[in-house]
Design a protein. Structure first.
Lengths: 448, 120
């Protein structure tokens, strides 16, 4: 069946969307993971850089101290002691930094060893300087000549070099990892974009299917209403003919009671026809089937036509008087006479329906600022302020309306509003409960 | 005696139109659809046709198209009885030679009598 096929297809699309969403989610999560990894490595690289930098500093500061010491020993100039003395705290701070750093914990034995050697070296330099100062050059030279200072320096340099080269190796493997992660992320991005595009496509497909389906259902519904209304109207039309044969005395004059009953039946039948007609008109309006045949029309004539047709019936049925306020000068508007007549009829009929017996109905047709205002004012039950927006909705019948009159299908005002809109006009309502309502239709005026 | 052909698919309506028109003293023949209507148009040679629009087998429009009223039956008037209001179908029917259009659900017996008398 057609509908099952449509549902099945929609389910497939739903599954595709779910799977694609899952893939996109996975891609997003792994991108997040790899980006975090990258972040971590970059931070590590920064530490790495500081660590290697401190190692270099340590070597340089030691060299500085040594050349200061040697200079002093050779020349005896105290000025050489200055770089020596300033290098010592720098060496200490370098050592502290190295030992306390995060990376330093990985090289604890080597660093401890370097620390020990550096301290020995400093001690050696210290002792040569104090020997020079107390016992003279020969005594200091004797210590230097043992080559213990030189050996210490060589061991320290090789220690520093070994830690430094290990750390540089470590850094280069990390950089290789960064490269791999970056490549992965770069690979995932276009993939994610493609899947997202695919998903958007599927969603558009799904939405368009849903809209098309909705239209088909709407079409079936309208078709159903049309057929139902038509099928109900045809027998009612036949009933109407037969009843009027009796009412018009085709079969002899009826007694007063007979006449009454037959007229009641006819009135009831007429309501059925009215509802069917409204339903058919509303369905035509809703489905966009109505194409207006607009022509420049004399609204005065059109309105007079309607009032001639209705005022007697209204007088007879509810003893209501229609009061018309209209100038002789013809007011022209571009309308479809058939449908504009329907608007006039519906509004006047409504005014009568929702007013009690003997009331007046004021109808006016006036021009103002290139617009024509057609208005119908009644002295009827009126509408509560809060209910006014509901008035023009389909099938809405307000409680207050039911109290006075149970006739009406709740279609009339909806139809009027749609027809007025189709004509490019506007309808407004002003109402006070228990005082009455005024409906005003505003149409563009045509100049002759 | 003037002759009236009623072409209408709904039995109840067909029957009541027949009663109304026959009471005025016309000779009446009925047809259930456009196809039967075309046959009786030839055999019965009516002066007036009351024609429904929406009918099975052949619609009112098809009846008018095939009958070529203006050419073959210039003296026969056709009145459209339909619930279609001011539609393209009705306009097409008027173009094909129908004289006037009446909305069935608005029509009272006396209106029908008046309309028939107007064209006979």
């Amino acid at each position: 069946m057609r509908s099952e096929f449509a549902f099945g297809y929609r389910n497939t699309i739903l599954w595709v969307i779910i799977i694609l969403s899952a893939i996109t989610l996975g891609l997003g999560l792994s991108q997040y993971y790899y980006t975090r990894q990258l972040n971590r490595i970059v931070l590590q690289q920064q530490n790495n850089y500081y660590f290697i930098h401190s190692l270099n500093d340590l070597g340089q500061n030691l060299s500085e101290a040594e050349s200061g010491q040697r200079g002093y020993l050779i020349t005896g100039e105290r000025a050489y002691l200055q770089p020596y003395k300033s290098a010592l705290p720098a060496i200490n701070s370098d050592l502290k930094k190295l030992l306390s750093s995060q990376i330093g914990t990985q090289y604890k034995p080597q660093l401890t060893n370097i620390n020990k050697l550096v301290n020995e070296k400093i001690q050696e330099m210290d002792s040569t300087i104090s020997a020079y100062q107390s016992k003279g050059f020969e005594s200091a030279a004797a210590i230097v000549n043992t080559d213990s200072g030189k050996d210490l320096m060589t061991s320290i340099r090789s220690g520093i070099n070994s830690v430094s080269s290990q750390e540089i190796h470590e850094a280069s493997t990390q950089i290789a990892m960064v490269k791999r992660h970056a490549q992965l992320i770069a690979l995932m991005a276009p993939f994610a974009v493609a899947i997202n595009l695919l998903m958007i496509l599927q969603i558009i497909l799904l939405a368009s299917r849903a809209i098309r389906r909705q239209k088909i259902i709407e079409g079936y519904r309208e078709q159903f209403v049309t057929v139902a209304a038509h099928q109900l109207r045809t027998p009612a039309t036949a009933v109407k003919q037969y009843l009027h044969l009796l009412i018009d005395g085709f079969y002899g004059k009826l007694s007063k009671e007979q006449q009454n009953i037959v007229e009641l039946v006819a009135a009831s039948n007429e309501r059925g026809i009215d509802v069917a007609n409204s339903l058919l008109s509303v369905t035509r309006v809703d489905s966009g089937e109505i194409s207006l045949k607009e022509e420049v029309t004399n609204l005065n004539e059109l309105l007079l036509d309607v009032i001639e047709h209705y005022s007697d019936a209204i007088k007879e049925k509810k003893n209501q008087t229609v009061v018309l306020n209209m100038n002789k000068r013809p007011l022209l508007a571009k309308v479809d006479p058939f449908y504009m007549k329907m608007v006039f009829e519906n509004l006047i009929d409504n005014a009568s329906k929702y007013s009690s017996k003997g009331k007046k109905i004021y109808v006016s047709l006036k021009p103002k600022d290139n617009y024509i205002y057609f208005s119908v004012r009644d002295q009827g039950i009126g509408v509560k302020k809060k209910d006014i927006p509901l008035l023009f909705r389909k099938f809405v019948r307000l409680d207050s309306a039911f109290k006075l009159n149970t006739e009406g299908s709740g279609l009339g005002l909806y139809l009027v509003k749609q027809l007025v809109s189709l004509h490019g006009g506007k309808i407004s309502v002003d109402s006070t409960q228990d005082k009455g309502s005024t409906f005003t239709v505003k149409l563009k005026q045509e100049t002759a | 005696l003037k002759k009236v052909l009623i072409v209408e698919d709904d039995a109840m309506l067909r029957n009541v139109y027949e009663i109304i028109v026959a009471r005025e003293g016309y000779v009446v023949e009925v047809a259930r659809d456009g196809s039967e209507g075309l046959r009786k148009l030839g055999s019965f040679q009516p002066d007036l046709v009351l024609l429904d629009m929406l009918m099975p087998i052949k619609s009112g429009l098809q009846f008018l198209k095939e009958a070529k009223m203006k050419l073959h039956y210039p003296k026969t008037s056709v009145l459209i009885l339909s619930n279609l209001s001011a539609s393209d179908t009705v306009n097409e029917a008027l173009r094909l030679g129908a004289k006037e259009h009446f909305i069935k659900s608005n029509l009272l017996p006396k209106d029908l009598v008046e309309a028939v008398k107007k064209y006979l």
